[in-house]
Design a binder for this molecule. Sequence first.
Ligand code: IPE
Ligand code: IPE
Ligand code: MG
Length: 256
Amino acid sequence: MPTSPTESSRSTASGRSPEHVAIIMDGNGRWAQARGLPRFEGHRRGVEAVRGAVRSAIEFGIPYLTIYSFSSENWSRPAEEVAMLMGLLKRYIRNDLAELHGNDVRVRVIGQRVGLAPDIAALLDEAETLTRANHGLNLIVAFNYGARQEIVEAARRLAREATQGRLDPARIDIDMFASRLGAPDVPDPDLIIRTSGEQRLSNFLLWQAAYAELVFLPIHWPDFDRAAFESALAQFAGRERRFGGAGGAAPVKSVS
Ligand code: IPE
Ligand code: IPE
Ligand code: MG
């Protein structure tokens, strides 16, 4: 595994760089607790780490970055913490949207939009609309997101089309199902990174993660910096992806 930034940049640039990196940003609360600070301080520092991750993704030339910022299960947290997280999201968009736009970032949001506070829904719409024609980094924000819900929604759409006579259920295949998910034109993640040491997906991209490489980092999200990102990319570069094939130098996707 490469150990220096130069070596890892070289190896990730040599055809082993992920097209889509998705991050489960975990450990804000424990980062704060370990320092005797309120959980909120961890979340606040977590926003700084988001800024750094976006900068690094641009620098590394990664086309797609998905960040898990609030899960459909996170509503079960104490009301004050939920309110703080909502406030931080609003502040992040208000403060950073112009800069993201200036950096040619295209912002997309996946997750349930119905039921969100109107001001939050409006900000999410604004971020997507303003940056729609950008061609730099695709930043996909998973907000009020749950993979099971996303899959159920896709099934519901297909069922509706079938009952309306617009679709023959016998024609439903993997590609058609995937096309009804939240961001169908976004390629599946090649690499999923989770900070905090937890080793689980927590309802994140369950469909899309089918062949993702998983990297679990033993640091909390506020400590995720350029070097941590590089170390995850270096781990990815050292993995052999087989997609069910027999292995070898190149992934074997089909036989001829
Ligand atoms: C991640 O940090 C942020 C969100 C889930 C919104 P946590 O708040 O989950 O921090 P820990 O896991 O409790 O330390
Ligand atoms: C996953 O982290 C959700 C986000 C990072 C937004 P959680 O902290 O909610 O996950 P669990 O509860 O530890 O599985
Ligand atoms: Mg957590």
